[in-house]
Write a protein that binds this ligand. Structure first.
Ligand code: NAD
Length: 338
């Protein structure tokens, strides 16, 4: 795949589409970004637009986007936006093999992964398929200057979560660990600057660089307990990035003694002594919500979530068991400091 990075680099979007030999683009965006995306795409051979992307790629909407691609005779998808928009590009690519060009405007890292996700009836199904990996990615920090700082901070923590789990993945490797540690360092340094001044182009560049690293790491390694819990909670309708942000310090606390090397690397990257506590304090400084209770989690659903996570666990450094997972979720529900 090709990666183009830099302020103003979205000007090269028509050339990337041309490089693929595409002549009929399906343009993808969320409703809120539709206007901006149309401007960016002014010089593209747009055959149709699907501007109703939403979080967690509900199956019935993915089917609508697939039908739009088919009826327009699209030979390429251009997804401009966050993980939600890119998720629709992936859903189309999964069944049609259409190439995707991604222009990410958040820090989800999805553009660098072979991971797709589709939700149906309150449950999220995910899988890996090289078909969904975008053929070209354009990282242009200028497009992120308007990303609200609260969304930026949560999305950045989602990327940090990818790096953390890559550091203790059962199938990790030393090169990926270098990238993961560097990704955390870049994001932990950029996010406080972004929260202070959303127009700080250098901080925006650093955060996108971190997201690039984060996506690459998680596409190479398996995910563990943290991502499992977030998938389960996503199925309950909780917002993706905020859920990652809130659960992360508690998932790290769960794995603290079983993944000492990873914890040391995280602590070094965010310049703190204790990785789970330092991560929690970083989130506090960023003004992020710290309690699942505050983002729509119902107390009565905690046991069900713990049961689902413990019944079909992902490989994890510490054995995944119902009682300690329930305690983890309770701590995240109450926003307890690790
Ligand atoms: P998002 O894509 O839903 O974006 C959040 C909000 O910010 C949206 O309303 C969007 O329109 C708006 N927005 C995006 N860019 C903007 C900009 N530059 N300026 C102003 N507003 C902007 O959020 P997200 O956290 O990026 O993505 C979440 C989704 O991505 C979830 O469905 C998740 O499952 C998926 N995801 C997938 C992977 C993967 O590897 N497959 C990885 C991470 C996340």
């Amino acid at each position: 795949m090709r990666v183009v990075f830099g302020a103003g680099s979205v000007g090269g979007l028509p050339a990337e589409v041309e490089r693929l030999g595409a002549k009929r683009v399906l343009l993808l965006s969320t409703p809120g970004r539709a206007e901006m995306v149309r401007r960016i795409a002014a010089r593209l051979p747009v055959a149709a637009t699907f501007d109703r992307a939403v979080m967690h790629t509900p199956l019935e909407m993915a089917e609508e986007a697939r039908a739009a691609a088919k009826s327009a005779g699209a030979d390429c998808c251009v997804a401009v936006g966050g993980g939600s928009t890119i998720g629709f590009g992936k859903a189309i690519a999964l069944t049609s093999g259409l190439p995707v060009v991604a222009v990410p405007t958040t820090y989800s890292g999805s553009e660098m992964t072979t991971i797709w996700g589709i939700s149906e009836k309150g449950a999220k199904k995910t899988g890996r398929d090289p078909k969904v990996l975008p053929r070209a990615v354009i990282y242009d920090p200028e497009l992120t200057l308007d990303l609200p700082t609260a969304v930026s901070a949560a999305s950045g923590m989602n990327a940090i979560a990818h790096c953390v789990e890559a550091l203790y993945a059962h199938d990790g490797n030393p090169i990926i660990s270098l990238m993961a540690e560097e990704g955390i360092r870049a994001l932990a340094s950029a996010l406080p600057r972004i929260v202070q001044n959303g127009k700080d182009l250098e901080a925006r560049s650093d955060a996108l660089y971190g997201a690039w690293l984060a996506g690459t790491t998680i596409s190479t390694t398996s995910v563990a307990l943290h991502h499992k819990l977030c998938h389960v909670l996503g199925g309950f309708g909780l917002p993706h990035a905020e859920t990652h942000s809130i659960v992360l310090p508690h998932a790290m606390q769960y794995n603290r003694d079983a993944a000492r090397d990873a914890m040391q690397r995280v602590a070094r990257a965010i310049d703190t002594v204790d990785a789970p506590r330092g991560t929690y304090e970083l989130e506090q400084r960023l003004g992020l919500p710290l309690r699942l209770a505050d983002i729509g989690m119902k107390e009565g659903d905690l046991e069900r979530a713990a049961r689902i996570a413990a019944e079909a666990p992902y490989p994890n450094p510490r054995k995944v068991e119902y009682a300690p997972v329930l305690e983890l979720l309770r701590n995240a529900y109450e926003g307890k400091r690790p």
